[in-house]
Write a protein that binds this ligand. Structure first.
Ligand code: MG
Length: 284
């Protein structure tokens, strides 16, 4: 492990979006962030330059830019399947174009990682034509990223580890990787997060530190997102497994309770402390 392994980070945004407000990252004095892409009006060179100056002043390094789209809703699992990412057919072409623009905005921010929830990838055996179309657009997007000298990271959760591995192998592009989110495996009911991490480990290039409890009926209803360390992930097992797969990148905390910003900041602050303790224990 190198000295810069496992830098703490938070998932944040600069206008409406997922993650915590950027100023909170400054208050918590974390060295890295991932950014949820701002709306189109904000994705300009001027805003990019202002943003870079601001995070430089805060001593923060940007490690990934996440795409997100108007009309996405995580209200429940069926709504998520119908509205999130590049899979929904009605919005697919427009969102593919927008995601390329988000990658270009990430390049303006000198960021070599773009990421997103692709959506619920159909099963190859059940829906071969639909599956082939998603493979095609993912190849198109990774090629766009390549022109920007970027990698594309797929957020986990909506697929089982086996399904995601097969998909990545079918897309077959060497700049396609995984942003591993252990809580999502529990929230969506797609598998034990530690076992999934062991399975997909060679593709993991960024991670979320998020925690959750299993639903009574996993896969049919949401599990519950909870503060880091209070859920079913097992943070020590998670970090131990990250160590085993040789992961040295940032540990990016995600806590999605935007309706309660004070509680969000307090819980992220606690998560920073927990991760620092575990990092000291495991990395020495
Ligand atoms: Mg996540």
């Amino acid at each position: 492990m190198n000295n810069n392994a496992w830098e703490i980070g938070v998932f944040s945004s600069i206008d409406a979006g997922l993650g915590v407000a950027l100023d909170v990252a400054g208050t918590l004095q974390v060295p890295t962030i991932q950014l949820h892409a701002p709306s189109q009006a904000v994705r300009t060179k001027k805003h990019a330059d202002d943003f870079l100056a601001k995070i430089a002043g805060m001593g923060i390094r940007l490690t990934a830019v996440f795409g997100g789209f108007e009309g996405e809703s995580y209200a429940d699992i069926p709504t998520t399947a119908a509205t999130v990412g590049l899979v929904p057919l009605e919005t697919r072409t427009a969102r593919l174009t927008e995601m390329k623009e988000i990658c270009d905005f990430a390049r303006m921010l000198h960021c070599d990682v773009a990421a997103l929830h692709l959506g619920f990838v159909p099963h190859a055996d059940e829906h071969p034509d639909e599956y082939a179309q998603i493979v095609d657009i993912t190849q198109e997007l990774t090629e766009h990223c390549r022109l920007n000298n970027q990698s594309l990271h797929l957020e986990t959760g909506q697929e089982s580890a086996e399904h995601l591995l097969r998909f990545i192998q079918d897309v077959d592009r060497d700049n396609l990787f995984i942003n591993f989110d252990p809580a999502n495996m529990i929230l969506y009911g797609t598998g034990n997060p530690i076992e999934a991490l062991q399975q997909v480990g060679s593709y993991v290039r960024s991670v979320h530190c998020k925690d959750a409890k299993w639903a009574a009926n996993p896969g049919q209803e949401w599990g519950a997102e909870v503060p880091l360390g209070e859920g079913d992930v097992g943070m020590k097992d998670y970090l131990t497994t990250l160590q085993e797969i040789g992961y040295q990148g940032p540990l990016t905390i995600e806590r999605e309770i935007p309706q309660e910003p004070e509680r969000q900041q307090a819980e992220i602050g606690h998560a920073v402390g927990l991760l620092k303790e575990l990092r000291a224990e495991l990395l020495g």
